[in-house]
Design a protein around this ligand. Sequence first.
Ligand code: A2P
Ligand code: 11C
Length: 349
Amino acid sequence: NGYNVAVVGATGAVGTKMIEMLENTTLPLKKVTLLASKRSAGKELTFKGTKLIVEELLPESFEGIDIALFSAGGGISKQFAPEAVKRGAVVVDNTSHFRMDPNVPLVVPEVNKQALKNHQGIIANPNCSTIQMMVALEPIRKVYGLDRIIVSTYQAVSGAGINALEELKSQALAHIEGTHAEQLEANILPCGGDKKHYPIAFNALPQIDVFSDDDYTSEEWKMINETKKIMEDDAIKVVATCVRIPVLSGHSESVYIEVEKDGSSVEKIKQLVAEAPGVTLEDDPSQQIYPQALTSIGSKETFVGRIRRDIDIDKGYHMWVVSDNLLKGAAWNSVQIAETLHEMDLVRI
Ligand code: A2P
Ligand code: 11C
């Protein structure tokens, strides 16, 4: 007894982490099916010590599947998620394709698992940089309300996929071997789909995803729109600046908030954060304790520190929020959604 679970994009940066998260899931599992492109068909991956063969993704792959976790790009989700639902599966989609669809719940279990009740077969997993900010801010919002959020991100290269990670590594090696940083070969970042490419090694790129007409990037708009949908509040003022830095994994964020209600203090906010699910407070400047990208890797938690009051604005607070973008930002949040669907008896539609 248990569920037949498929991982779509099983060979990718997120897909391989989904497999790892399924190894320790509380979800009762019958069978795990690994799907990727034709190029990967026949490749062996390990699940709980046994070898599983990757299969080519086809519409028929979803026959008998109960839960399908997708992370193979928006185009693949667009084409294949409906095929999975048609065959009776519930889809948890890690791409941006369905996120703003009013019929698709966009879920961070610590924040809005009640939204799962309305699902019609597809549940969207938010963008990694949005998820960790939601986990950190929800305990504060619940008590003091949120008037505005201003966030600047320092995002790891793994968010852009396995090939981007390889690009960072080869640029770093080439630079150490003598190529000037400005001369490093770049073919992917800042954004695979855009015209120009710049080195990420020894650099900071203020572009994640493509620009829209208003000169914000899609990544910035994701943080704005997804926050309002997850917190079910269109009135929250949100603005983002998203930056890629040469870190392998672990997104960091400088988050500034203004709360609505009176009575908040740094101590009270620290206590709310420390007691909230999915968050670990790491905040002791006297001992140089604060969240770091490196130490977040491999953890399902979101780490919060550097909490301090704004110098000028009475209800303004600053903090530093870090999480493993491949885990809470993607693979863990997706598996956690599946576990929550099971707990709420919502797997069969
Ligand atoms: P493959 O390894 O066969 O190309 P990442 O986000 O790390 O770049 O990974 C993308 C994931 O999506 C990989 O598992 C990749 O499989 C998968 N993928 C890409 N294109 C397709 C496709 N046309 N059909 C199925 N899976 C795909
Ligand atoms: C990044 N946040 O770090 C992106 C990756 O909408 O799911 C995830 C993109 C998305 O590049």
